[in-house]
Design a protein around this ligand. Structure first.
Ligand code: PMP
Length: 363
């Protein structure tokens, strides 16, 4: 991609001028385990209904901005009033909207790195100061320090399960944050469907007006290409997010696809269960590579964070010699020599372990 020339950079807003185009580091390969997508895709029994919903959608009409029927069905599913739901063009748009609505100079974000890099990126785009409370040994969040930082924050974001470390944020920690923070506490639950039952903090929404929970259709519901996410929050926070959003950001096609997924949500469970099961198997197989210097952390998401010697070179070998793409985090502070491996289908996971073993043995 052509870079930003100095002349064009000089025209940019100062907070945007420091940025570079987002690079998902994608390469065409045979086995894609890099973006935490659902490699099972849309269940065959749902595909015809989804295709029909998209075909029958009113392509000639603007979408209902807040997603009329989709919003109603999401609300019914989660047992909340529709006023507590806002849909977006992927979780990413909703995250950006949080910063548009609540960020800016003097409106501090508290975050807990290493975590999803987009929070810091969006914060910087709208000149939001970021207070980072780094994770401690084995990526455990420092809840006491987060609670202290939250006392003067406008927005606290915690990720549960966290990307890329895979751990859940303690439920009690969320409570403490809601009690301490005068602003909004956003719990990003993009991967929650892969976690043990009862891990969501959604049940606390009625207790804390400041709590917001983010969900996406990109992971468990295999619709990363459609770009639909949603937030559950108090009606006032939803109204604030609705005020800053692009009115038609979720197309009629995406709304129709997401609605079909909601209506057939039980059909996605077998793949979610298969991923959960194979996460355990992949983790044990990687655990068997400890003598080769591998370390794997427990995960409640559809990916595993692993540390391997010379991770960047290993990543290149996986891609170039084995046609397997994983995500390289080795240059992220706190994640030295770490790779993130999405849990794919069993045969894909087997290929990844075999390739990793052969690379680490120098074969
Ligand atoms: N939150 C987290 C923690 C993520 O990892 C992602 C996607 N990588 C998202 C939110 C946003 O996902 P999407 O925009 O596809 O809904």
């Amino acid at each position: 991609m052509t870079g930003i020339t100095p002349e064009v950079r000089a025209l940019m807003r100062p907070s945007a001028a420091a940025l570079e185009p987002y690079d998902p580091a994608f390469s065409p390969v045979e086995v894609i385990l890099s973006a935490n997508e659902n490699n099972y895709g849309i269940p065959p029994e749902v595909a015809p209904a989804l295709a029909k919903a998209v075909t029958d959608a009113a392509w000639n009409r603007y979408p209902v901005p807040l997603g009329g029927e989709l919003r109603n069905q999401l609300a019914a599913w989660h047992g909340v009033a529709p006023e507590r739901v806002v849909v977006g063009n992927g979780g990413d748009e909703l995250l950006f909207n949080f910063f548009l609505a609540f960020g800016g100079a003097g409106h501090a974000l508290v975050s807990c790195p290493p975590t999803f890099s987009v929070y810091g990126l969006y914060a910087s785009m709208v000149e939001t100061p970021v207070v980072e409370v780094p994770r401690e040994k084995d990526f455990a969040p420092n809840v006491d320090a987060l609670v202290e930082a939250a006392r003067t924050a406008t927005l606290v974001v915690v990720t549960s399960p966290n990307n890329p470390t895979g751990d859940l944020f303690p439920r009690d920690g969320v409570r403490r944050l809601c009690e301490a923070c005068p602003g909004i506490v956003l719990v990003d639950e993009a991967y929650i469907e892969f976690a043990d039952p009862g891990s969501t903090v959604e049940d606390m929404l009625g207790e804390y007006q400041s709590l917001a929970v983010l969900h996406t259709f990109s992971k468990a519901f295999a619709l990363a290409g459609a770009r639909v996410g949603y937030v559950l929050a108090s009606p006032a926070v939803v109204a604030a997010l609705a005020a800053v959003r692009q009115p038609y950001s979720v197309s009629v096609l995406d709304q129709a696809a997401a609605l079909a997924a909601v209506t057939h949500r039980d059909a996605f469970q077998p793949a979610v269960q298969a991923i959960r099961q194979d996460r355990g198997r992949l983790s044990s197989m990687l655990g068997g590579l400890v003598p080769l210097g591998v370390r794997v952390w427990p995960s409640q998401a559809n990916f595993l964070c692993v540390r391997v010697p010379h991770a960047h070179e290993v990543w290149c070998h996986l891609r170039d010699e084995h046609s397997i793409l994983v995500r390289d985090f080795s240059s992220t502070p706190g994640l030295e020599d770490c790779l993130r491996i999405t849990v794919g289908k069993p045969e894909e996971n087997d290929l990844a372990v075999a390739a990793l073993t052969s690379i680490l043995k120098g074969e």
